[in-house]
Design a protein. Structure first.
Ligand code: ATP
Length: 237
């Protein structure tokens, strides 16, 4: 069996006395696409923030065998972790290209930043819009730019918080195809989604989070066929 790249064991994250993540264990193997599914308030964003070091957590967390728990966000970035938050956080009044350049500068992991040519190959739409202000991009284009900017830092594990949020179905499909392609190019991915159908279509493995705990786990195909997942998250569509 391949050694996991990311290993979280019994993670607990609390806001004051209220535990939003209650003993979550998960692993991501190198080059795999793992999804964490769950409804509003299940604890998905809290979990990602704890993995990134934005929120303090209890439990164990290892990345490529090293203990991450005591490392601050910058040190986790340097090891190759990258998080694209739900808000996407682009610099609205700067051009697409300048946003990308800042990605190389701000989010650089070991080994230097990615190059623009590579990003424009992966995201041809961004090449067409390189001089446009990021604030004038469509929702799907903004998500693409957020991904490309994160990739400029050459992450080894890319974590995405609901990239499908607010996007039309066709655009969701395009964003998901791109996420799958990044996995195919070798980046390990942890994809947090409410859109279970879209996420399970591309993921290798999935976890279902409810009330801050993992209630179900399995390979995507198994989850797609699981009666509880179908009933609660996939509906009859
Ligand atoms: P969504 O899909 O709506 O973003 P989520 O699964 O990402 O949901 P979280 O945002 O992690 O869920 O929230 C988990 C729980 O923690 C919720 O009950 C939420 O109200 C609570 N929570 C989140 N942020 C805070 C905070 N800053 N202070 C207190 N409670 C919080």
């Amino acid at each position: 069996m391949t050694r996991p790249m990311l290993e979280a064991e019994n993670l607990v994250v609390a806001y004051g006395k209220v535990e939003a993540v209650r003993g979550v264990s998960l692993t991501v193997a190198p080059g795999r696409l793992v999804t964490v599914l769950g409804a509003n308030g299940a604890g998905k964003t809290t979990l990602l923030n704890a993995l990134m070091g934005v929120l303090p957590a209890k439990g164990a967390l290892r990345f490529e065998g090293d203990d991450l728990m005591r490392l601050p966000v910058e040190a986790r970035v340097a090891r190759g972790l990258s998080l694209i938050p739900e808000r996407r956080e682009l610099f609205a009044t700067m051009s697409v290209e300048d946003n990308l350049k800042l990605g190389a500068f701000r989010f650089r992991a070991k080994g230097g930043g990615g190059d623009l040519g590579e990003m424009y190959r992966l995201f041809p739409r961004l090449a067409e819009r390189r001089r446009q202000h990021a604030g004038t991009l469509s929702g799907g284009e903004r998500q693409m730019l957020a991904m490309a900017r994160a990739l400029m830092g050459r992450p080894r594990l890319l974590m995405l918080d609901e990239p499908s949020l607010g996007l039309a179905p066709l655009i969701v499909a395009e964003v998901m195809r791109t996420v799958a392609r990044l996995r195919d190019e070798g980046v390990a991915i942890l994809l947090v989604e409410q859109n279970a159908r879209a996420a399970l279509r591309i993921a290798d493995h999935g976890y279902v989070l409810d009330g801050g705990t993992v209630v179900l786990e399995g390979d995507s195909r198994t989850l797609q066929g699981d009666a509880r997942v179908v009933e609660t998250y996939l509906g009859s569509l």
